[in-house]
Design a protein around this ligand. Sequence first.
Ligand code: PEP
Length: 245
Amino acid sequence: MKKLIVGNWKMNGLASSLAEIEALKGLTGEAACDIVVCPPFTLVEKAVERARGSGIAIGAQDCHAQTSGAYTGDVSAEMLAEIGARFVILGHSERRSAYKEMDAVVAGKAAAVHGAGLVSIICVGETREERDEGRAIKVVRAQLEASIPNTATSSNTTIAYEPVWAIGTGLVPTLEQIEEIHSSIRQALEKRLGENGQGVRILYGGSVKASNAKAIFGVSNVDGALVGGASLKASEFAGIITAAA
Ligand code: PEP
């Protein structure tokens, strides 16, 4: 399966940061993997313009489950599609913890993303406490089951396994731990989606850098990465993309 590398800029970036997309175009050229950059909402349209003609697709970091209405401050999947976004990250652990986003909310948003013709990147992952208690697989499987809507197919859905304790901390699970969870996610996807479950890409996320990417990409059922901090600088992000080739 062709690998997918997604950069999540989180709440970082002003117009000047778009130069990183320009630099990335030069550094990656004809990359052997799919590349997505998800800047904050304010930069999505401009990023689409900057990335035009390159292999880089642009995504957003969240959206609302409804198409329109009285939802002050929110943005719909249809609005994102109109300005050229192609992917939407959903259920990131920072949103699950800061905004108490439950699995059912994530599933509703994912259905809206699919309805707008976009690809959902649905994030799941256990906390440190849950891992220490031996519940990582159980927690991830439950999140997965409840966060994937019935509209999911292999072409409109990507899963990102992101252990909460590995995000932005420099800590990374062992390759064996990553393999264990990714193979469990694959089984769950096949059970839920049948043949489609085999084609869904499962990304690993949590402190991925150019220096550890190659080893992580060698793990079975790791079909790419969701990258936070290391996606902000084109040179570092390009190192991860090269490792996926
Ligand atoms: C993320 O925010 O999805 C993430 C994986 O962050 P980082 O790469 O900085 O750990």
